[in-house]
Design a protein around this ligand. Sequence first.
Ligand code: PBG
Length: 418
Amino acid sequence: MAATYMPFNVGTIKGLDYRSYGNLKPNVLPMHHTKRMFVVKASSNSDGHMKKLGRSDAECEAAVVAGNVPEAPPVPPIPSSPAGTPVIPSFDINRRPRRNRRSQVFRSAFQETSLSPANFVYPLFIHEGEEDTPIGAMPGCYRLGWRHGLLEEVAKARDVGVNSIVLFPKVPDALKTPTGDEAYNDSGLVPRTIRLLKDKYPDLVIYTDVALDPYSSDGHDGIVREDGVIMNDETVYQLCKQAVSQARAGADVVSPSDMMDGRVGSIRSALDAEGFQHVSIMSYTAKYASSFYGPFREALDSNPRFGDKKTYQMNPANYREALVELRADESEGADILLVKPGLPYLDVIRLLRDNSPLPVAAYQVSGEYSMIKAGGVLKMIDEEKVMLESLMCLRRAGADIILTYFALQAARVLCGEK
Ligand code: PBG
């Protein structure tokens, strides 16, 4: 089983560091479960110093007592500095933090944060088509055919330890309405896909998105009144039906991303009333009205037809307000708290981490992904290293899990498969 093959944190050594340190060679060992991992090899001494003379322990001890101490190699000379190096007295400081960074062994021993494929949730775009359609603004991402491409992508992800996905549907325009009723059609694209996935991979963990925007003819997350107001309670009514429909199909975690007030509590009650006590809620607790969602909206053709999402998504200037959302979500029964976007909002991730015992998720959104991809394609940055560093930093800030379009690519690196 792919999900359990990484018994300890080897990923960070391989993925982030080994290339940068010339003295550390990845050593590929065959493991008992077909997977491989790199280990740091202690330096071996293969020269002539260990020649044995066939003496007993007692003879060796007697020789030393008699003063016949065997030769060991001399202490190496102090390495010379380049000509012109200033000759100065050493600083009289007792704290030199560089001591704990001086070799890969020390650095690995003292590494505070780890990154593993088990931390990733892989967002996947699906559509009704048979082919996989590339998404222009997200190089490497596709709208996957729900019956073919999707299953292959999930198999690849499971192969490298990513066993959690979140589904985003591209819904045909003809099915979009002002009230987004396709969102709770039990035969709709998402419920149908969940049933197919669960049939093929019963232990796959499936997260779903709960919001009306892919189904709304207005491209908003909620129902839009004549005067442009997004109707809160009426939208939540629809979201409850959507969440129950997803749970009925087999979803493990429903994730309201709509930012309506009171939706977590209402969805919890709706799920429980239908016997889905075991289905979790990952709430988009602090979801900001961000321009980093641009490529995603292109992928799903879900741009708001008018206006913006600022009356429900949070103002990017606000920090304390995330605590208001946190308290609501906690008291309404959320199982996981999500911050979105990720990297520009590390302070908010830390805020939630320090103010709640619940697991925290970070969403590295489409714009963050596309910027790293673009910088890599243009050779302005090292795509792979920046990818791994950005994910590690989300973990350091306090995220337990990360929703990232890099999930498969990063997991492959962490497993030494690339
Ligand atoms: C919509 C939703 C959005 C994303 C996830 N769910 C877009 C939005 O709020 O407009 C964005 C994800 C991304 O940019 O990667 N409910």
